[in-house]
Ligand binder design. Sequence first.
Ligand code: SAM
Ligand code: SF4
Length: 321
Amino acid sequence: MLIDSYDRVVDYLRVSVTERCNFRCQYCMPEKPFSWVPKENILSFEELFEFMKIAIDEGVKKIRITGGEPLLRERLDVFIKMIYDYEPSIDLAMTTNAYLLKGTAQRLKDAGLQRINVSIDTLKPDVAMRIAQKDVLKNVLEGVNEALKVGLKVKVNMVPMYGMNADEIIDVLEYSKERGMSIRFIEYMENQYADKSISGLKSEKLLEILSAKYEFEDEGFDGSSPSHYFRMKDGYRFGIIEPYEDDFCKKCNRIRLTAEGQLIPCLYFDEAMSIAESIKKGDIKGAAAVLKEVIRTKPEKNRWGGDDAEMSSRAFYETGG
Ligand code: SAM
Ligand code: SF4
């Protein structure tokens, strides 16, 4: 079992298989980075899998594939099958912008993927065009339909922003609810790469908007999920991720691996250690030692809120959110 210095059990590994993306979301990657990680530095699926086996053997029970846009990486279904075949009981999920899901959902499901989180910030084509800087909405919604059709469980992520999609909070919730998908509103998290003009809605404002239409109860936190949950009278549950509160750090159970093998103990901070060299040499003990050191040095909490708040210099497209 992996236990950090604050007695938190770490059993969740998020793996970003590429930092590249086919969208340019204003809050994540409004401009193409000055330089991508060179292709030769990207770990192969076999190399990523070597590390994931170590993590699973040490107690990781949940794996999420993310990016950048994970579906840009070829043979993703083969990678998913490698993980599933090694440990079928792993809770195996993916976060995607859904643009390329239409032709791939069935193969991903057959490979062992159980759940996906899709980013739906708007149901208006022109707003989607403004946020992602590309005409994406038709493909995204077709991708979501396909995922539901093949039987993947789908959760929706929405980042509500003033002057952009704040007037669609109810519409996106209703769209999700009608299709049996739960929704999580993610407070916009400031970072050095995002468009500086963005202003995100905080949970207080979100709850004000939602309570004008619905009655719901505060259910608090559930397990180690960072979501603060609320349940409506008809049983539908929605979540809000509130990084400007410290609460979700108290139960944080996750670490992140980037496509080039950087193992990151916290989404907010720059600190990371590489497993690439050990994995490339076949040094399993060395990679396991890096994993343990990263767990040992996992910080107590992020710094989005509080008096010592600073701008995070971690790119979401690199860590996978
Ligand atoms: N490309 C995939 C997608 O968009 O779902 C996966 C990677 S993306 C980095 C993962 C999640 O991070 C998305 O739900 C996205 O909305 C969220 N995200 C990105 N930048 C963010 C920011 N600055 N604040 C809050 N959420 C952010
Ligand atoms: Fe790409 Fe996802 Fe970032 Fe948007 S949020 S730019 S889709 S990685």
